[in-house]
Design a binder for this molecule. Structure first.
Ligand SMILES: [Zn+2]
Length: 282
């Protein structure tokens, strides 16, 4: 992917390491871990704890979004800008206005609008504060353990999370959440799979747009994204909308399904082709 020297998004917040964001995260982090362990030992209910914790902490910490950037975060900012350009245009064509999400880079632990998350959770989108959260360590893991590295693989991961933001803006996530109370756990898991596959589809739509308009997609890039889609297993990319971020209990669809929906988004670039909820075959 050709990315150097291109526009970087202003919507990246760097909460890594030291600095105001880092201190907030660290202060809450360690204290909370100890508290949680004690609480569990005493037989407490985690949900209650996190809810009360959240009430005492600021919903959104302020981070310096103008700080000088390293290569890795510059790349993230360029890809986020690409998603902004694509979705601003696609929403405009639908007669709607796209509200750009913010993206938080963090290390180890973070307090999100959806509660605490650790880097081990993997990248996620929090609908409550409309932010995408990424620990860059995940990209190293994608490269190493999962064997699916490369810049476009990373871009796909970001585009997938932004896909969840698009679903949020379109009211799709809310509809799925509302169903939660009315269906069995098994049926709800099925809906979650469809939500995930649709985010893959939307990542494909973004890839096509970026390819067509900016000509920055190089030979092998799409294959790289599809390798990442296939490699990222059930427990990694998560959609969380409850009070706190928890390891996943549902599957995200098979590797084959993920590749198929990404490819469909890329080949059609037509949102009407991405209705995974009514698709007879996934
Ligand atoms: Zn997802």
């Amino acid at each position: 992917m050709l990315w150097q020297g291109r526009r970087e998004s202003d919507n990246v917040e760097d909460a890594r390491g030291s600095g105001a964001g880092g201190r907030i995260v660290l202060g809450g982090g360690i204290g909370t871990v100890i508290l949680v362990v004690l609480y569990i030992l005493l037989g407490g209910d985690l949900q209650t704890l996190f809810n009360s914790q959240q009430a005492q902490l600021p919903q959104t910490a302020q981070y310096d979004s103008q700080a000088p950037r390293d290569e890795a975060s510059k790349f993230v900012a360029v890809v986020l800008a690409d998603t902004e350009d694509a979705w601003n245009e696609i929403f405009r064509q639908m007669g709607r206005e796209y509200e750009e999400p913010r993206l938080v880079l963090f290390t180890d632990m973070i307090q999100s609008g959806c509660g605490f998350a650790s880097g081990a959770t993997g990248p996620f989108y929090c609908p409550q504060d409309r932010r995408v959260y990424i620990d860059l360590g995940f990209f190293r893991e994608l490269q190493g353990r999962l064997g699916a590295g490369g810049d476009f693989a990373e871009a796909y991961v970001i585009a997938h999370e932004v896909g969840h933001h698009v679903q949020n803006l379109l009211g799709i996530s809310d509809r799925v959440q509302a169903m939660r109370r009315r269906v069995s756990e098994d049926e709800y898991n099925q809906l979650s799979v469809r939500l995930e596959l649709q985010a893959d589809f939307l990542a494909g739509v973004w890839a096509r747009y970026t390819d067509r308009v900016k000509h920055v997609v190089e030979a092998g890039d799409i294959e790289e994204a599809m390798r990442a889609a296939a490699a990222v297993g059930d427990d990694r990319l998560q959609y969380r909308s409850r009070g706190y971020v928890v390891p996943d209990s549902f599957t995200h669809g098979t590797s084959e399904q993920r590749v198929r929906w990404f490819r469909r988004g890329y080949e059609t670039a037509d949102l009407s082709q991405g209705d995974t909820f009514n698709a007879r075959e996934l």
